[in-house]
Design a protein around this ligand. Structure first.
Ligand code: MOS
Length: 761
């Protein structure tokens, strides 16, 4: 049974609690209903296979030996003891690895590259970061491979490495652009205006390194077929890009590489690009001439997969007594490497959030000898909103204006730097509704106490840009009245399959259990990667275009004997299992009737969505207001988040259940970013010191209060189906809301994350 069949079987047994009656669905519609996830049961029953879990015959197992030095060359690599270890089949080093082409870098703006870094993979003796793979050990079992990996002995010739962010800050340089956007924006003269302002704040904010810790560590199973074609089960957010990139690297046709990933156990950007493990697995599978599994250990994910870089940001705000901003400055520095190309876009939020007469926005980077940095849920926006939304709060206290009111006063009528209209923006409404539900009342700092706990409340704005990318889908309507929608898109647990089934069923006018969705396979029509919160909009546009095409083809088939004869596409609507005249509701025919009459088993179409011109014409973003209450232990400085409410403005919400879960997940990740998570990095050696979940503290249940979620649900008429992305916005503004609440509780302003006990000393 295929994965899709299994999902559909589960789904058909399941009665969504508030779903409309399937037979009358056309009158109600599925979009906007809180359907439970179609893959939920498979997951909780352990029946959903993740990349490392596929049953493949004759499987061998691999482990990686990582460099313990930061920069230099491998002088000698001695695998003799490792080779003699029990069960070892092959040890692959740069000396015997197959020669392959360099990886094609991932480009978030489009293109087919997938790689996180442009470095050649195990082709040279050079070492570029502390943790770079130096050998792949293949054995009969996973334990044997891991044990033998420890026996690989490497002699290095080390070179001086640049690993100290602090030491390099003074030579930071502006990058050419930031994800295609300008690096620097100057409107008026912000420095002069700040100096002249009656009220001002001007401070430095710091955020640390953070590492990815999805539940499923990166894993790959590679199966070669006669050296000519390759099947890869890979935990990835970009099946199509990975297949294309592997094909390029191994010099085979793109069609010859199939990447399968129907289930991904969390991605958050850590699986948005292809890391060394995927290619290493395919290479070593070739060498050992057997199907091979390379499942990375938790420590391995820290060594091999990049995360957020450290940042140092300056935010300066000037205002008159009425609270209107005269100047807004947001500048700062992050780190990247010479072998990738990603500047964390921390100044993106401030480009779209507030009106001001004068702006100065600019970013610089330093190049470190580390693993490539990468996307981590709202990269840039999450750390950028920490700085900006803290600064707004600081200015509100200076002005003695309520922080929500200060934001309202500076709400821009149009995009402040792009000089275009907002396609949709109801942030003020999100604040109004949030404040009411939360019971917002701004209190004097250090005025509320509950036993040993100082209590405080904070707010901050959440922001994430709107992205949609060109995507392709295929739709088949069969004579039995079922439809299948196919696209190579990704389901990392967000509800992709669920919402697209809702969407397609509604658009096709079919009962929801008669529509299935096939995804997570690069052999399906190419969808955009899952990242930048683009996927739902991209899929909706592709599926809408494809359904239009398939209905046009069906209409062309009906012939003269149909009640639909002579009608044009514009005259018809899909409902009640077929197509009907919009004008005369009695005129119509079901899909089954049409296809049976013309003697076809099915009608099928494939189509690609339009270019996302809405992004050029308008300033588009998701918005939100984060409200929280914290308790800070007066003696120890321990911070507990006791209450949370997120109020969002993200256009039409397709499924309240899966959307609420997305928002909550983002907020929880934000609580981790604010209070517990931090990659400890040895600035002498460039080595991560806390490469485990025992020492890298993600928030656990006791760290997270009940999180209330509300949203405006006002559709954007310029976006497909009125929706904006919701995958990443949840984490934005969270750290600032907490820092603001901590100030309100204690009177102490903390401008460096994470807010740990020592910061209160
Ligand atoms: Mo997201 S950080 O673009 O997966």
């Amino acid at each position: 049974m295929s994965i899709t069949q299994k999902i559909m079987e589960t789904f058909m047994q399941y009665k969504p609690d508030q779903a409309p009656d399937p037979l009358t669905q056309n009158k109600h519609g599925y979009v906007g209903k809180p359907l439970s996830r179609v893959d939920g049961q498979l997951k909780v029953k352990g029946e959903a296979p993740f990349s490392a879990e596929y049953k493949v015959e004759n499987l061998a197992y691999a482990a990686i030996a990582y460099s313990s030095v930061t920069k230099g060359k491998i002088k000698k690599i001695d695998v003799s003891s490792a080779e003699k270890a029990h069960g070892v089949l092959v040890i692959m080093t740069h000396e015997n690895a197959p020669k392959i082409n360099d990886p094609l870098l991932f480009n978030p703006g489009g293109g087919k590259g997938a790689a996180a870094s442009a470095l050649p993979i195990l082709q040279q003796a050079d070492v570029h970061w502390n943790g770079q793979p130096v050998a792949v050990i293949v054995a009969q079992t996973q334990d044997q491979a891991e044990a033998a990996a420890k026996l690989v002995e490497v002699e290095y010739e080390t070179a001086a490495a640049s690993v100290s962010f602090d030491a390099l800050k003074k030579i930071a340089k502006p990058p050419a652009n930031i994800l295609g956007e300008p690096t620097e924006i100057k409107i008026g003269d912000a420095e002069t205006a700040i100096n002249a302002a009656k009220f001002k704040v001007d401070n430095i904010y710091r955020t640390p390194r953070y590492n990815h810790n999805a539940i499923e560590p990166h894993a790959t199973i590679a199966v070669w077929h006669d050296d000519k074609s390759l099947t890869v089960f890979d935990s990835t957010q970009a099946t199509y890009n990975v297949s294309y990139t592997l094909a390029e690297m191994f010099g085979i046709q793109p069609e010859a590489v199939r990447v399968i990933a129907p289930f991904v156990g969390g991605g958050f950007g850590g699986k948005g690009t292809m890391w060394w493990n995927t290619a290493l697995c395919a290479m070593a599978a070739k060498v050992v001439n057997r199907p091979l599994k390379l499942s990375i250990s938790r420590e391995g994910v820290f060594r091999l997969v990049g995360g957020r870089t450290p940042s140092e940001q300056r935010v300066a705000l000037g205002a008159e007594s009425d609270g209107k901003f005269t100047a807004l400055i947001h500048t700062g520095i992050t780190a990247t490497t010479t072998h990738n190309n990603f500047t964390e876009q921390f100044t993106f939020p401030v480009r779209h959030l507030y009106a001001a007469e004068n702006f100065y926005i600019g970013q610089k980077i330093v190049n470190l000898d580390t693993v490539a940095n990468t996307f981590m849920r709202a990269p840039g926006e999450s750390i950028g909103t920490f700085a900006v939304e803290s600064a707004i709060d600081e200015l509100a206290y200076e002005l003695k204006i309520d922080p929500i009111e200060l934001r309202r006063i500076n709400e821009p009528a149009k995009d402040p730097v792009r000089d275009v209209a907002f396609s949709m923006r109801n942030l003020t409404e999100a604040y109004r509704r949030g404040a009411e539900k939360f019971g917002w009342k701004h209190q004097t700092p250090r005025s509320q106490k509950d036993g040993k706990w100082l209590v405080g409340q904070g707010v901050a704005t959440a922001y994430y840009p709107y992205y949609r990318f060109v995507s392709t889908a295929r739709v088949r309507i069969s004579a039995d009245g079922t439809a299948v929608v196919q696209t190579s898109t990704h389901e990392m647990g967000m509800g992709t399959a669920t919402v697209q089934i809702q969407h397609a069923a509604q658009r096709l006018g079919l009962p929801i259990h008669q529509v299935s969705f096939e995804y997570g396979d690069s052999n399906l029509p190419p969808a955009s990667f899952a990242g930048g919160s683009n996927q739902t909009a991209s899929n909706v546009a592709a599926i809408a275009a494809t359904i239009e095409k398939v209905l046009r083809e069906l209409l062309a088939l009906v012939g003269d004997n149909s009640p639909l004869a002579g009608l044009k596409y514009e005259d018809i609507e899909a409902r009640d299992g077929g197509i009907f005249s919009k004008k005369d509701s009695s005129k119509g025919e079901t899909y089954t009737s049409i296809l049976q009459r013309v003697g076809q088993d099915y009608v099928e179409a494939e189509a690609t969505s339009s270019e996302p011109s809405e992004m050029q014409e308008y300033s588009m973003g998701s918005y939100g207001a984060q409200f929280c209450e914290v308790r800070v232990n007066e003696k120890s400085g321990e911070v507990r988040v006791s209450r949370w409410l997120g109020s969002f403005d993200c256009g039409k919400i397709l499924n309240p259940k899966t959307a609420t879960s997305q928002f909550r997940g983002g907020i929880i990740m934000g609580i981790g970013m604010a209070l517990t998570e931090e990659t400890l990095f040895d600035e002498r050696k460039g080595r991560i010191m806390n490469a485990s979940l025992a020492e890298y503290h993600v928030p656990v249940n006791l760290d997270v209060p009940h999180i209330e979620i509300i949203y405006n649900d006002i559709p954007d008429e310029h976006a497909p189906l009125g929706l904006h992305g919701i995958g990443e916005i949840g984490i934005t503004g969270v750290a600032a809301a907490i820092a603001n609440a901590v100030f309100n509780a204690t009177g102490k302003r903390i401008r460096e994350l994470p807010i740990t006990l020592d910061k209160f000393l």
